[in-house]
Write a protein that binds this ligand. Structure first.
Ligand code: CP3
Length: 347
């Protein structure tokens, strides 16, 4: 399959589609018993991330089992930080044993060669492409610099993000050095994924929504825009940008150069379309909790989103955040089949 043949890629570029494509964030994960079985075989979560054969296997599971329209490679946004000198673990939440808390810590961060420090990611993508054999496009991803910074400074004790806020606002030069280094790493890492077969890439800026528009504009926007401007194969490999709680940042998000904006579930997709839909495609945005409901409720809520978007292209159906580990896989399958049924159009 040529990249431009798939529903996902065409929808991302707002080209005509026969129906709305659907995939879900965290679709390769713990709600699937088949994932848990492979995970047990691999050892730890990190062992699974670094085992190309098994990581490719869990990446492909949702394509076969859940009938989604795309495969996202199995990995984590934090794994490339290991190549920068970060000591990382998952339990299952991320644990960073040498957090970055001063200018000296930032100066020590290495800009790695992704083909050395994350060679396993190139291997995973190659294996996925081969095994999927054109049945669906393959999505690569990375964490955005500010969201990586959130985990690097380690703020989990503070609901007010004390470490992150002081690091950024007490001395903006320190913040800029950290953001620049993470930006450089991310550009190289995403280009490495594109070189190795990623057909769409998503940048996860989960935590960017904690800033107001003016701080976002100063501390995040230039770096995210630089990433998108530096990616290879623009116009062929679409880029998606996600923020959780980014309703107040929609216009700025649409100006970063992303092809697709991935919405959380608190944004009305119809309103987002009116605001930024001429410029970008939209991905989303079912509340992930709806997947705990009865099938008829899932159908009704999916239909509301489809009707609110009310267009024939430029929509990629997804959740507003990752699927929860306690969801019954049958409910996701029901969602996927419903979205396919509701959006199939006459040729
Ligand atoms: O989407 C997919 O299926 C691909 C795999 C994927 C994972 N993490 C696997 C994972 C992707 C795209 C991510 C992205 C990610 N990781 C984000 C951005 C998206 C978001 O959720 O906001 C963030 C913030 C992380 C950091 C992270 N990794 C956290 C906070 C956790 C713990 C959360 C939890 O659910 O326990 C992880 C661990 C993680 N990443 C798991 C998986 C399947 C669970 C670990 C396990 O299987 O043991």
């Amino acid at each position: 399959m040529n990249n431009s043949d798939s529903l996902l890629i065409r929808a991302a570029f707002k080209q005509p589609v026969e129906r709305t494509p659907i995939w879900v964030m965290r679709q390769a994960g713990r709600y699937l018993p088949e994932y848990l079985a492979v995970r047990a075989k691999a050892g730890s979560f990190l062992d699974l991330c670094m085992n190309p054969e098994l990581a490719a296997e869990v990446s492909i599971q949702p394509l076969d089992l859940m009938e989604v329209d795309a495969v996202i490679m199995f990995s984590d946004i934090l794994t490339p930080l290991m190549g920068m000198g970060i000591d990382l673990d998952f339990k299952p939440g991320p644990q960073i044993h040498n957090p970055v808390q001063s200018l000296q810590d930032i100066e020590k961060l290495i800009i790695p060669d992704p083909s050395v420090s994350t060679a396993y990611v190139g291997e995973i993508l190659g294996r996925i492409r081969k095994r999927v054999a054109g049945r669906a496009p393959v999505i690569g991803f990375a964490g955005a610099p500010f969201t990586l910074a959130y985990y690097l400074v380690k703020d989990e004790q503070s609901k007010l993000f004390a470490n992150l806020t002081t690091l950024f606002f007490n001395d903006s030069q320190t913040a800029r050095l950290l953001m620049s280094k993470l930006t450089r790493m991310t550009i190289d890492y995403l280009n490495y994924q594109i070189e190795n077969g990623a057909q769409m890439v998503q940048l996860f800026d989960t935590w960017a929504g904690i800033l107001n528009p003016s701080d976002y504009k100063e501390y995040i926007f230039p770096y995210v825009s630089e990433i998108f401007a530096s990616l290879n194969k623009r116009g062929e490999v679409p880029v998606v940008y996600y923020i959780n709680g980014g309703n107040h940042l929609l216009e700025l998000m649409s100006q970063t150069g992303a092809d697709v904006i991935s919405l959380d579930w608190k944004t009305d997709i119809g309103e987002a379309k009116r605001l930024i839909g001429k410029k970008v495609a939209l991905q989303g945005n079912l509340n992930p909790s709806i997947l705990f409901c009865r099938p008829d409720v899932i159908s009704k809520k999916a239909e509301e989103i489809i009707q609110s978007y009310n267009g024939d292209t430029g929509h990629i159906f997804n959740l507003g955040h990752g699927i929860d580990k306690a969801v019954n896989p049958q409910n996701l399958l029901h969602l996927v089949r419903t979205v396919k049924e509701l959006t199939t159009r006459d040729p």
